[in-house]
Design a protein around this ligand. Structure first.
Ligand code: ADP
Length: 552
């Protein structure tokens, strides 16, 4: 909109990030702060916090250290592990923060090989354990790009695309040795790198070549007897757990950009999950991409420097379905259509309603406009199945009533079935206990005070301690101030952001520190849970008292 947008839209489709502060309604395809939240360092920090709390649940993310600040920690841990097992011969991968497409990535065998000269100070990085035994197909290493729709943050709603892409290396894989460490076509699966190898195969088929559908790999694995059902369920759990790790930070950004109670849009976002399968078929998370490429063509070099765009059937197969179904799921018209459903009273003589326990409340399709509570004219069911609004059960309409005139087709009817599968809240029960940092973030946001900030000032921190009654003779308010200053100063020295104050991760660290102090003997996640419950309880009581005083 070079001249500015005149009318409000139902859906705003931004190219890179959430950046438009003039949107007051509708839906935006980006969450505020998503780009920052999935950067390599921020993701590693969020995963580390979850690994500290739930080491077994979060063992799908390789052990990582942040450079330069954790270089000495990395060196110490390396030597400790080497001392305890001299046969351990690890490889590490160093990835610059904010890099993409394999840019600046290199492999090392020893911490002394980290390239500290100049750039590392200005360009922080993550050093990570290298997965040496990936699953190979046709002797080649490959990774999986899966598309995930974060449809809503509050309440959390996650969908996963049933198919994804498998991106192949172009040189046969060998476990890393000093001789082959630098061979990017053997170790890095990035499309943007391998496309430059003479061995890259563009294929018109989805199950051959250097880029294939993930479903074609699954078919192949299944034909060899692999348990692909278990693999899918491990992938689903990896995706849900990763998003649970990201939501606290996202919520802080959200309340800052779209304050509660003021008109604003809602957000959704398509994310690209990069996953590596180990030989054992265990999926490992490599990274999350906030702006996954949605291109359905590739470039072919006709002569040096002259390119043409050629359709890519594999990309088309996977990506068109993702975009189409995202639009179907967030479709504002669908919501309007749903709102026109009417609730009718069905007379008892309708035999087919028979023994259902809630006679009276039925949702019927929008073309059957039946006056609410009309008991004179029974609705003519044109569906073979109807939905009870109260208990959400689907009831079959018996044969006799199917003779009724055919209903007009809904626009959805012409489309293929959804490729996006809901996984949250569907599996919420299994993962609810992991959402501890979310609750810590809710406390943080509560004390942020002035809307529009992402950092807690010293007064906000003191109020949190006072309202939650966390200070006592062993932990004076002076000690509270020292804790605030110590942790905040350290976090701010690592950040390039100008806004002063305590960021969420610093607050989480302070919270864990308080939890350890109070509940010494418990495992960390129980210490944190106990403190959360104590804080929530006290704030609840305080809120209750305020309400009573207000009424009085
Ligand atoms: P980028 O954003 O630059 O693509 P990635 O984290 O995706 O960075 O890493 C690039 C490639 O390096 C991946 O596609 C994968 O092939 C390889 N890779 C990354 N991390 C690991 C790891 N821990 N173990 C094995 N291979 C890895």
């Amino acid at each position: 909109f070079p001249l500015g947008r005149r009318l409000p839209c139902d859906i705003y489709w931004h190219g890179v990030s959430f950046h438009d502060s003039n949107i007051f309604s509708g839906q935006v395809n980006k969450f505020p702060g998503m780009m920052e939240t999935v950067r390599k360092i921020t993701l590693s920090r969020a995963m580390r916090t979850m690994q500290d709390l739930f080491p077994v649940d979060y063992n799908f993310y390789p052990r990582s250290w942040i450079l330069p600040e954790e270089l000495s920690l990395f060196v110490d841990e390396f030597h400790r592990m080497k001392d305890s097992d001299p046969s351990w011969k690890p490889t590490f991968i160093v990835k610059p923060d904010g890099g993409c497409q394999g840019d600046g990535i290199y492999l090392i065998k020893d911490p002394s090989d980290v390239r500290l000269t100049g750039s590392i100070q200005s360009r922080p990085a993550v050093v990570q354990e290298y997965i040496c035994k990936p699953l190979l197909v046709d002797k080649l290493k490959f990774d999986i790009r899966l598309y995930v729709l974060l449809k809503s943050l509050e309440p959390l709603e996650i969908y996963i695309a049933k198919d994804g892409l498998s991106r192949f290396c172009t040189e046969p894989y060998q476990e890393p040795t000093l001789k082959n460490l630098h061979q990017v076509f053997m170790h890095l699966t990035n499309y943007s790198l391998n496309i430059h190898s003479g061995n890259f195969i563009h294929s018109d088929s989805v199950n051959t070549g250097s880029k294939r559908t993930f479903s074609s790999i699954l078919c192949r694995l299944s034909s060899k007897g692999a348990d692909v059902k278990k693999l899918w369920s491990d992938i689903i759990s990896l995706v849900i757990k990763t998003i649970i790790a990201l939501t606290p930070e996202l919520k802080v950004y959200y309340q800052s950009d779209i304050p509660a109670g003021k008109p604003g849009p809602t957000c959704f976002q398509i994310l690209g999950f990069d996953i590596l399968l180990m030989k054992s078929l265990k999926p490992m998370l490599l990274e999350v991409n906030a702006n996954p490429s949605m291109r359905i063509e590739h470039e072919r070099e006709l002569s040096p420097g002259v390119f043409e765009h050629v359709p890519s059937p594999v990309d088309k197969e996977v990506k068109v379905a993702v975009i189409r179904d995202t639009l179907r799921l967030v479709d504002p018209q669908k919501k309007k259509r749903k709102d026109t459903h009417c609730i009718v009273t069905v007379p008892p003589k309708q035999q087919w309603l028979g023994a259902h326990k809630h006679p009276g409340l039925w949702e019927v399709s929008p073309w059957q406009r039946v006056d609410e509570m009309s008991s004179e004219v029974p609705p003519k069911p044109t569906l073979s199945v109807i939905l009870c609004c109260r208990c959400q059960s689907l009831l079959q309409v018996p044969e006799a009533s199917k003779e009724l005139p055919e209903a007009p087709k809904s626009p959805e009817a012409a489309l293929p079935s959804l490729c996006l599968k809901q996984v949250f809240p569907k599996y919420a029960q299994q993962f609810g206990h992991l959402r501890l940092v979310d609750r810590v973030a809710a406390l943080f946001i509560r004390f942020l005070g002035v809307k529009g900030t992402t950092k807690l000032g010293p007064t906000g921190f003191r109020t949190f301690i006072r309202n939650c009654k966390l200070s006592n003779s062993n932990f004076s308010m002076a000690a509270v101030d020292i804790l605030y200053i110590d942790i905040t100063r350290r976090w701010n020295s690592m950040s390039i952001e100008k806004e002063s104050g305590m960021c969420l991760q610093a607050f989480v660290e302070a919270f864990f520190c308080l939890a350890r102090k109070r509940y010494k003997t418990l495992p960390l996640h129980e210490q944190v849970l106990s403190l959360i419950e104590a804080c929530e309880g006290r704030l609840g009581t305080l809120h209750g008292k305020r309400l009573v005083c207000g009424c009085g």
